[in-house]
Design a protein around this ligand. Structure first.
Ligand code: NAD
Length: 228
């Protein structure tokens, strides 16, 4: 079975109603990154950080996978598919994709502030001050904040290097180390980039750019790959 590796970003979830970070109406226009998504923000104002992620979680409960997520799940009927996502939502899993690696954490999980190996599924959408792990310390969002290490980049690089076909969907390719994954894919491998605002700077070898929304471009590409 041929191996398809997919790198996704906030754009694939935009048509599900989840805001991206850097588009005109994106999340960062209402919040400064330093105020809500850094270890310093957590030290200064944990209530604000919890509130920011509680809002994101609440929004996620109302969101559904869109035709882009569903198309990727359909690819598994003929290919060995691995998804590397920068998204913290669970829309790939809810669409039916079975191999999803989250680079930047998961909104519906929380973890201990004294022992990062203690990760829990959160019931509902709300995490508050005073919610503690089994060792008695405050729980925090299970999110990789700016300035923190990205441990899953190691398996992600291995996956990118082993791809027979590589897809990139809905990412501005501005956040490293995720943005560097495209360059890890061997030169001879066919690559596709689906993004209505794809930036021509990212021309690597064998790259086919599809300037469409994921909900339109992905189902069409998946049909083509399933027929081919
Ligand atoms: P980004 O906001 O930097 O870029 C989004 C990209 O998606 C842009 O290039 C934009 O042109 C494109 N886009 C917008 N609508 C699209 C559509 N309908 N179909 C396809 N592409 C579309 O997002 P990023 O590159 O993922 O930035 C990385 C950071 O954003 C990550 O750290 C990620 O964790 C975080 N993030 C995640 C979510 C989520 O989990 N849903 C939401 C917002 C941000």
């Amino acid at each position: 079975m041929k191996k398809i590796v997919v790198l996704t970003g906030a754009g694939i979830s935009a048509e599900s109603g989840l805001q991206t970070f850097r588009d005109g109406d994106g999340l960062w226009h209402n919040h400064r990154v330093e105020d809500v998504a850094t270890p310093g923000a957590w030290e200064r104002d944990p209530e604000l950080v919890l509130e920011f992620y509680n809002q994101r979680r609440q929004q996620l409960f109302d969101a559904q996978p869109n035709p882009g997520h569903l198309a990727l799940a359909k690819l598994e009927s003929r290919f060995d598919v691995s998804i590397i996502t920068q998204n913290v939502d669970d829309l790939h899993e809810r669409a039916g994709s079975t191999h999803v690696l989250h680079l930047h954490g998961e909104l519906k999980k929380v973890r201990s502030t004294v022992d990062p190996s203690l990760v829990y599924d959160l019931e509902g959408w709300e995490l508050n001050m005073g919610d503690c792990c089994e060792k008695g310390s405050q729980l925090r969002p299970h999110i990789v904040w700016f300035g923190e290490a990205v441990p899953n980049i190691i398996p992600a690089v291995t996956m990118a290097r082993s791809a027979d076909i590589f897809l990139v969907v809905g990412t501005s390719l501005k956040v490293y180390p995720a943005a560097g994954l495209l360059e890890q894919v061997p030169d001879g491998v066919q690559k596709y980039l689906i993004d209505p605002n794809a930036n021509p700077e990212y021309y690597v070898s064998n790259l086919h750019v599809i300037r469409e929304k994921a909900g339109i471009g992905l189902p069409a590409l998946v049909d083509e790959l399933l027929k081919g």
